[in-house]
Write a protein that binds this ligand. Sequence first.
Ligand code: T1G
Length: 653
Amino acid sequence: MSSPVNYTLTGNIGVISIDNPPVNALSQAVRQGIMEALNESERDASEALLIICEGRTFIAGADISEFGKPLLDPWLPTVVNQIEASAKPVVAAIHGTALGGGFEVALSAHYRCALPTAKVGFPEVKLGLLPGAGGTQRTPRLAGVQAALDLMTSGAPVSATQAAEVGLVDRIIEGDLLEGALAWSAELLADGAGPRRTAEMTVATHDPAIFDAYRATLAKRARGQIAPQYIVECVEAATRLPLVEGLQVERDRFAELMAGEQSIALRHIFFAERQAAKVDGLPKETPLRPVESVGVIGGGTMGGGIAMSFANAGIPVTLIEINDEALERGLSIVERNYAGSVKRGKLSEDKAAQCRALISGSTDYSSLADADLVIEAVFEDPELKKKIFTKLDDVCKQGAILATNTSYQDVDAIAAVTKRPEDVIGMHFFSPAHIMKLLEVVRGEKTADDVLATCMKLAKRIRKVPVVSGVCYGFIGNRMLQPYGKQSQLLLLEGATPEQVDGAMEEFGMAMGPLRVFDLAGLDVGYKARQALSEEEKGDPASYRVPDLLVEAGRLGQKSGAGFYNYDENRRPTPDPVVQAVIEETAVELGIERREIPDQEIVDRLVGALVDEGRKILDEGIAQRAGDIDVVYVYGYGFPAYRGGPMFFGENA
Ligand code: T1G
């Protein structure tokens, strides 16, 4: 088996070229190959060394698939220390994404150049880890404490230009990277530049209070997570200790995190997310339909957000509304959202204007005649949806994909009103649709393979995380929310208060407890859905009596300023004794005894409800894998990623 590392002498430059598709991960073979190249360079006529990668990217990190297994020599810290120790100047040439261990390799080099399109970063914290090959010690020496902490605790990559501004990249190369890097290496040699070891640098002066400030911010922003706190500790060590001792602190903390539950869970989610994008039994080479123009029916909150998701990916969108007034309202939601993204610094003014320009409005369905994909996003009235699909069947070209954004309706029943059910599919976005990453792709009984494959691929293009679901009431996510919601109601009647239930789940790591979620979604949504059901279909009154009484008392949730909680003008929730009285009276009415309920029981019963329903969903084949369900709950329902999702947690708790 040939080595993924190639070493050649180009003039007086020793070129270490790595070729380990798909992302040049630092597998054992790559680490071994780099060491062999370094050893060879010590014996040859090279005067400088250049580290560069083939393929679409520079090294995107350590090989995550090796984690959790016995670590094979050479260890990455050994490799990076040998690069830094080289007697000949070492240049790293970056394209694509230099991430994690890959960026650490670049930081151990003496000089760094990059294409303007390149990105660098430390995503380790997203895996419950920290940069374990010198990143926590070398980055603050080069870029200062603040930049180092921001990079490592956010896990977000920055552009090569931004990296250059803080001293992490020395030269931006326009044009061909290899050519430019070789020329720059020759220039360095001509200028008499020798090895420039970061290890010999000290961290620039800084306010020592910065560390406690970060600890406090992270305790809120990354509640319950260990890795961010350890990153602060390691960067602080870099300001106090010589590199060798700082590296030891980093090594100890890294090893602890690697063996820890949080990182194991986050690594599960890393691979589960990539697995979820694959459809069992659907050949990789299934042809895809072109999607270069999209129509969205309904300019409400969901429709506007969906339109933005496509426009943000450069795909023109036509937003359809019933009349000009409604269309105006829909387009103004889009305007407001873009203004908000610019204000929060998520988008530049220019980019926002570019995207906005890709969204046009119409009240005429015939403007969708050439659309490649049309997504219906009107409110949950099954008859209205069927009427719309009948119309789409008439106006849309053959081969167009017809999708519904319903969050629980029967996609097969909607498809059945058309003459082309094979072209119908569910694309269930989550609110706000231009921000939430999850996309449930609902495969109907007759949905064609190429339609499914196209939507799965398209999801990545619009920066969504797709998960396939079969057709059932509520698909994966909302179906599991039913028993979860029911359990939350039983806990209230049996003695817990809304703030205790939500508090316990938020302490567990949920972004928001169940009662606050129901208030956010609107208690009237569930109430209206229940009105269409028979007493029998509604099931145990304990699961809905209290929210029904609240709605009938005009407490619809956040939108009416009161639900399970009262809400002030900043939407801050406060408990209301009126609600407590309704709960206690209903418990008496239903003959439910009340008692002290420990927080752990609340967590066990609510997470247990999710896991039980998840198992039924797997048994019925509605979801392909348990990991898919975990991805749904982490990306769509605020389940803590560092617990791996409900199914993983259920298996491992
Ligand atoms: N190790 C192993 N496999 C990896 C990998 C990695 N680091 N990165 C990607 N893959 C696989 C992935 O599973 C998929 O496989 C294929 O490559 C394409 O990935 C000591 C400890 C680079 C931005 O966290 O963020 O270094 O599904 O679909 O959307 O300090 O991959 O095709 O079989 O995601 O174009 C730090 C992780 C590691 C970066 C490309 N590095 N990767 O995105 O492709 S920890 C990371 C990514 C570390 C050191 C520490 C993305 C990407 P398959 P993809 P993409």
